[in-house]
Design a binder for this molecule. Structure first.
Ligand code: SF4
Ligand code: MSK
Length: 629
């Protein structure tokens, strides 16, 4: 299988004695078999307990493999969900400060979306100012985290407000029937931790129902809330052209990488980089080049067309180029190793969030009230670092890939409306009905060191496209697909005839040669955009979500967040492929429920496939089984 790893960068890292993620992965071998199977428990201090079939079937307290495996799964999903709900709260509190006039650093760019959300929430907007409406939306959203009524008696009809904005009636009925409608996002995460401690829930099926409940918390009070609020503040993305790969770094420029997940600071760094070009020129640089890493990169690409430097496993390699003057990080997916590597190259590593500190890095606390000051300071630090770097040896890979991004649901509808103004989804639904487009698959998630540099995501995407499957996706997949030239209109030649014809037709109607066969829908939290697209397609075609020819794949997942996202898709009724396989083999109940019984409960199931070919075969099988549009 192909690799995306640049051998010249790896050799440079060896020469410079910079240890990379692959080196540490090999040092960890062999990894613990009990840990790999999730059949060990450390939930109390009588442990660790591990299960050996036929020998040690229970932990000290009597918990068996089914309970240990499902409890561990719930804890992982709770941690992933906490990342997304925290993210949502960060941007929500920023909107509160904007609406109260406590910061003038951010405008409210998408007023139309603000009023759309307000109306969906049932709020009065007539005669109110934009800031008043924003404040009432924030207060309603904050209810997701402070509602206490109904917590102990969850059948009182009190549930998340964001369902009103983004959920569909058919799904709500299914979730209500299972009694998994969440009440308060924070309380559900806290319940999950409580439920899984020693001496609480001993019913593995009940634990799995809590997993499904947290998928809803993640999808609605986490991802959908975060995406909607970010669009309100920074604007909804529309089609944009840009570039990807480590080659977007520029030798004679001040290079700043923004990395993590939040657009709050990175948007400001970008704004000030455009205003402070002279500052850089004074010290001999050609200008300031801001590029994005991981999902902060995806956020800036979607709205501002900023070049994408790389995915999670390229964060160290970017520094090894020797061309990065500052890496500014906010939260999530930031390797603790970064400072060690940064110190080999005079790169200024700057942390900005109070719970994401790295020893040795410069910590510049970020608050929305001081956003402009922080951004200016960061740029000054980068310029200082550039002065030290000037003339030193840098190695920037030559390859730069062109891509189109910015496929929000609104952008997709705008593109499709050129074929049918009244009912924009109709042309796509018709192509899916006829089988010209076999279906839509969301390919999402991370890169994982366990794959040792393989290009699983790219290969899977290629096979799907060839089989007339439209691929949409987010997160680190987006970087991988862009670098593999799959987000370029020219990639349409890789598509099967039916898909190719459709992409050319929509492309031409929009003044392009074709649309690319892989659509960049944003960052990890923007999996909510995919959920919204599927939900709107379901409504426009009058077909329930589980009956649509759609599927999801996280072919190289690594983060706990990815598990939470996977459960959200399962809740939506979208069958989901994961690789590496979930650590559930040790539990017969978890394996049966997740890979089989779930279909009867929510209309979806988990599938495995450890090569792109086997994964594609199973996914295509799922799409072919759903032809009742
Ligand atoms: Fe062992 Fe039970 Fe404690 Fe887990 S909760 S460590 S299985 S005694
Ligand atoms: S950054 S969660 S490695 S996709 Fe969102 Fe990439 Fe996964 Fe982080």
């Amino acid at each position: 299988m192909n690799s995306w790893v640049d051998p010249k960068i790896v050799s440079k890292a060896r020469r410079d004695k910079a240890k990379l993620v692959f080196d540490r992965f090999e040092e960890q071998q062999p990894q613990c078999v009990f840990g790999l199977g999730d059949v060990c428990c450390k939930n109390c201090f009588q442990g660790p307990c591990r299960i050996i079939p036929g020998k040690q079937e229970e932990g000290v307290c009597g918990a068996n493999a089914d309970l240990i495996v499902t409890r561990n799964l719930l804890r992982h999903v709770a941690a992933g969900t906490a990342c997304h709900t925290d993210h949502a709260k960060e941007v929500l509190l920023a909107l509160l400060k904007i609406s109260e006039g406590k910061t003038k650093s951010y405008p409210i760019k998408d007023k139309e979306k603000l009023f759309f959300v307000a109306r969906k929430l049932g709020l009065k907007t007539f005669g109110k100012s934009v800031k008043q409406v924003a404040k009432s939306v924030v207060l309603e959203a904050l209810e997701e985290f402070r509602r206490q009524e109904g917590l102990l008696k969850q059948r009182e009809g009190l549930t998340l407000n964001w369902f009103k904005v983004r959920a569909n009636k058919e799904r709500m009925k299914a979730w209500s029937k299972l009694d998994i409608l969440p009440v308060n996002a924070d309380a559900e995460i806290s319940h999950a931790l409580h439920q899984t401690t020693m001496g609480n829930d001993a019913d593995p099926v009940n634990v799995l129902l809590s997993v499904l409940k947290l998928g809803l918390v993640d999808g609605f009070a986490g991802m959908s809330l975060a995406t909607d609020v970010q669009d309100i503040i920074f604007g909804t993305p529309y089609l944009t052209k840009s570039t990807a790969n480590l080659g977007v770094l520029k030798k004679d420029w001040v290079n700043i990488i923004v990395h993590g997940h939040l657009p709050l600071l990175s948007e400001k760094v970008l704004e000030w980089s455009r205003k402070m070009g002279l500052h850089a020129k004074k010290v001999g640089a050609k200008g300031i080049n801001v590029v994005g890493m991981c999902c902060t990169g995806n956020e800036l690409l979607m709205r501002q067309g900023v070049p994408m430097a790389g995915h999670v496993m390229q964060q160290e390699m970017a520094l090894v180029t020797g061309a990065v003057d500052a890496t500014v990080v906010d939260l999530q997916c930031i390797y603790p190793s970064l400072q060690d590597i940064a110190s080999c190259y005079n790169t200024r590593l700057i942390t900005t969030i109070d719970f994401v500190k790295i020893p040795g890095a410069l910590h510049l606390p970020f608050e929305v009230e001081n956003a402009d000051r922080s951004a200016k300071k960061i740029i000054k630090e980068a310029v200082k670092a550039f002065q030290k770097r000037k003339g030193k040896n840098v190695l920037i890979p030559e390859k730069v890939s062109e891509l189109y991004g910015g496929f929000s649901v609104e952008a997709i509808k705008t593109l499709l409306s050129k074929l049918d103004k009244k009912n924009p989804f109709k042309p796509l639904i018709n192509e899916m009905k006829s089988g010209n487009v076999l279906g839509i698959v969301a390919v999402v998630g991370c890169r994982n060191a366990k794959l040792r540099g393989q290009a699983f995501q790219e290969e899977l995407t290629r096979i799907l496209i060839k089989n007339n499957v439209l691929v949409v996706g987010t997160g680190c997949w987006a970087h991988a697909a862009a670098q593999a030239d799959l987000m370029n209109p020219r990639a349409v030649k890789l598509a099967g005839d039916g898909l190719k014809h459709f992409l050319e037709k929509v492309g031409e109607a929009n003044g392009l040669e074709a649309l690319p066969p892989a659509w960049h829908m944003g960052s990890c939290v923007d999996c909510s955009r995919i959920g919204a697209l599927f939900t709107q397609l379901s409504e426009a075609s009058n077909t329930s979500l589980p009956d649509l020819p759609i599927a999801c794949s996280a072919p190289e997942y690594m983060a706990e967040k990815s598990l939470a996202i996977g459960v959200y898709f399962l809740d939506l009724g979208v069958t989901t492929h994961v690789n590496p396989a979930l650590s559930i083999k040790g539990s017969k109940i978890a394996t049966r429920v997740l890979t089989k019984d779930l279909e009867k409960l929510v209309g979806s199931r988990v599938i495995f496939g450890s090569t792109p070919e086997t994964a594609a075969k199973k996914i295509i099988g799922v799409l072919k089984s759903k032809r009742n549009l």
